[in-house]
Design a binder for this molecule. Structure first.
Ligand code: R2B
Ligand code: URA
Length: 302
């Protein structure tokens, strides 16, 4: 599943591995079990919130007609750091907030699926975001992830040295997701990934006095919208895109906008509205997976 040039064979081919944050491990005795449980996974759907990972699992099961245990889908592994559940070909997992947390789960889930012998897996991040020029509730399908300097790259510091990776996503997958949107209001645009919710996203409502003015904030947000094609801002897209690019995993990002950042900083939507906004993004992804499964069924029947 990981493209050969990127695969860490030196480590992955060893017998034992502790997937510490998932609460799972690989040993020669457990390998068959991992293959049986996870071998058929084709879609990894990731979002920040542990609750949303389970809501998505239950919604996917209901809408795709996949049976679940009484009481709904069950978590797999430990739940201290994330919730993970499996529904047919879908692995739904939460990754917490921000790139450092996401990166941990990208590594461990990718190793898990590599051990399980999975093939042709797509990674889809289903998240929340601040919209840029789009209303709350709009779903934004990411064209390219852009960093906080409005560049389509992601830089990681390792052993004191910077390494910069491209952040393009799978264009065809993004188009297919947008085409599957059904009645949901969805747009395609670039997504700015930042290291922070407050000052990193140009907010003026944090605890500290920001070093920029109201005018600086508006000028930057308009530049991001007009010149860099940014339609939403969140905290994971560049790490997610860079990781999947390196691994050779087709990837897409589908986020609900919770507000329009050109109109303000505070998230004022009610809990009911917020749940609806998240549901909008989940629906787009489930519609896409349903279409894919129906097409595969037709091929099998033909
Ligand atoms: C969107 O929402 C979270 C912050 O509220 C963060 O994980 C993100 O990217
Ligand atoms: N998540 C973000 O990162 N930013 C927002 O404005 C809303 C949700």
């Amino acid at each position: 599943m990981i493209q050969p040039g990127a695969r860490n064979s030196e480590f992955l081919d060893l017998d034992d591995d502790s997937l510490y944050h998932l609460g799972l491990k690989k040993t020669p005795e457990l390998l068959n079990q991992l293959r049986e449980i996870f071998g058929d996974v084709k879609y990894v759907c990731m979002g920040g919130s542990p609750d949303r990972a389970m809501t998505f699992g239950n919604k996917a099961a209901e809408e795709l007609g996949i049976s679940t245990p009484e009481g709904g889908v069950q978590t797999i592994g430990k739940t201290e750091r994330c919730n993970m559940c499996q529904v047919g070909p879908i692995l739904s997992i939460s990754h917490g907030m921000g790139m450092p947390s996401l990166s941990i789960f990208l590594h461990e889930v990718t190793k898990l699926l590599e051990y399980a012998g999975c093939t042709d897996v797509k990674f889809i991040r289903i998240g929340t975001s601040g919209g840029l020029g789009v209303k709350g509730g709009t779903v934004v399908v990411t064209e390219d992830a852009i960093n906080a300097k409005l560049e389509p790259t992601h830089t990681k510091t390792m052993l004191g040295q910077d390494y910069t990776y491209p952040t393009q996503l799978d264009r065809q997958l993004a188009r297919d997701l947008l085409d599957a949107r059904g009645v949901e209001k969805a747009v395609m645009g670039n997504t700015m990934g930042t290291d922070d919710f407050y000052e990193g996203q140009g907010r003026r409502d944090g605890a500290l006095k920001p070093p920029y003015t109201r005018e600086d904030r508006m000028a930057f947000l308009h530049k991001a919208h007009d010149e860099a094609g940014v339609r939403n801002i969140e905290m994971e897209s560049t790490e997610f895109a860079a990781f999947c690019n390196r691994a050779g995993i087709p990837a897409a990002i589908v986020c609900a906008a919770l507000l329009n950042r050109l109109e303000g900083d505070q998230v004022k939507a009610t809990p009911v509205e917020l749940a609806q906004y998240s549901d909008n993004a989940q629906t787009v992804v489930i519609n896409y997976i349903r279409q894919q499964l129906e097409q595969q069924q037709k091929v099998v029947e033909a």
